[in-house]
Design a protein around this ligand. Structure first.
Ligand SMILES: [Zn+2]
Ligand SMILES: [Zn+2]
Length: 328
């Protein structure tokens, strides 16, 4: 008994996994504690055989074949079963034909039939995700829940990329303030750019500490460092990682950045009105208690540049080979 159709199928079965409307294919982390869902665009990023895949959430690394989603596996299984059914039914039809032919003139007539319910194909839809990104390092296009992620191809964390992107948005806000229809709205945009820059840096700093907690002197403390108060963050980072946050700037620049963070504190908690604590901490002679704190667009622009510099050096501390080092 030969099964040519089934045999041919067994040699060549391959099931393409469809991409979504944006050309992205779903992936699922095989780490049982994570099972995180994300998407990648095949053909972007690193090229070559047997490249591993990195989970963007937990960093788990394994071969690409370990990252199929449950739905994709169900789909592939159903397509394979349907193909096997089709092959068997074709083989049976061929037998039937040859049996009928060979017994045409004999007393006993033989025929064959194959009855089976066709296997339904388990179609699925990929999920919608929150952040789409293109890796700075390897150009992979991917999508994740949340914001921060490891690149699924090269494993580079996107913390610095996200910081730079948010600082760029704040810079656009400053540009926009120049064309604002009135001075009040212009001042609002400048103040908002300052607040957004501090929030972006706080989110960035927390994430860098979190993903490097394993190499910190105190892992649980590393998971809860706030960067809204820069001198405190500087002390924490020095204790935890032996790194000086101020190392990329000269003392005047660092003092200026700290002052900007204190201005943000006034904006967030005092409607931007100067209190004695602000004057005591910053020694800002241009500010008067009870008056609105002066926030200048050019100063915020300088702040953005220096925050980026601090960010670059901070990340470089953990990956000395891939990013520039602070000057000695
Ligand atoms: Zn994971
Ligand atoms: Zn990458």
């Amino acid at each position: 008994m030969s099964l040519p159709h089934l045999r041919r199928l067994a040699k060549s079965i391959s099931i393409p996994i469809p991409a979504d409307e944006d050309g992205l294919v779903g992936r699922e982390c095989p780490n049982a504690d994570c099972l995180g869902y994300f998407k990648i665009k095949m053909g972007t990023g690193l090229q070559g055989p047997n490249l591993p895949c990195h989970c963007p959430y937990c960093g788990h690394t394994a071969g690409q074949d370990h990252f199929w989603t449950q739905e994709q596996l169900e789909y592939a299984k159903s397509v394979a079963l349907r193909a096997v059914q089709d092959a068997i039914s074709r083989d049976v039809r061929d037998w039937d034909r040859s049996l009928r032919q060979s017994t045409r003139s004999s007393f006993v007539k033989m025929s064959m039939d194959y009855k089976g319910h066709p296997q339904p194909i388990r179609y699925y839809r990929e999920k919608q995700l929150e952040t789409k990104a293109i890796c700075d390092n390897c150009t992979l296009e991917y999508a994740v829940y949340g914001v921060f992620a490891y690149c699924p191809d090269c494993g580079t964390h996107n913390s610095l990329q996200i910081l730079v992107k948010n600082l760029e948005l704040a810079r656009k806000e400053l540009d926009y303030s120049l064309a604002a229809p009135d001075a009040e709205f212009a001042a609002y945009l400048v103040a908002d750019a300052l607040e957004n820059a501090v929030s972006a840096f706080d989110g960035f700093g927390r994430e860098v500490c979190l993903i490097n907690a394993e190499v910190a002197s105190d892992a649980s403390r590393a998971k809860s460092v706030s960067f809204q108060n820069l001198p405190k963050a500087k002390t924490a980072v020095a204790d935890l990682f032996g790194f000086d946050l101020a190392s990329g700037l000269n003392p005047d620049e660092w003092a200026f950045v700290c002052q900007c963070f204190q201005k943000r504190h006034l904006l967030a908690h005092r409607m931007g009105v100067v209190d004695q604590q602000y004057v005591d901490i910053t020694g800002d002679t241009s500010a008067a208690v009870g008056r609105k704190v002066p926030i200048d667009s050019d100063q915020v622009r300088s702040l953005l540049a220096w925050l980026e510099q601090i960010g670059v050096f901070f990340v470089a501390h953990f990956h000395p080979s891939s990013t520039p080092q602070p000057e000695a």
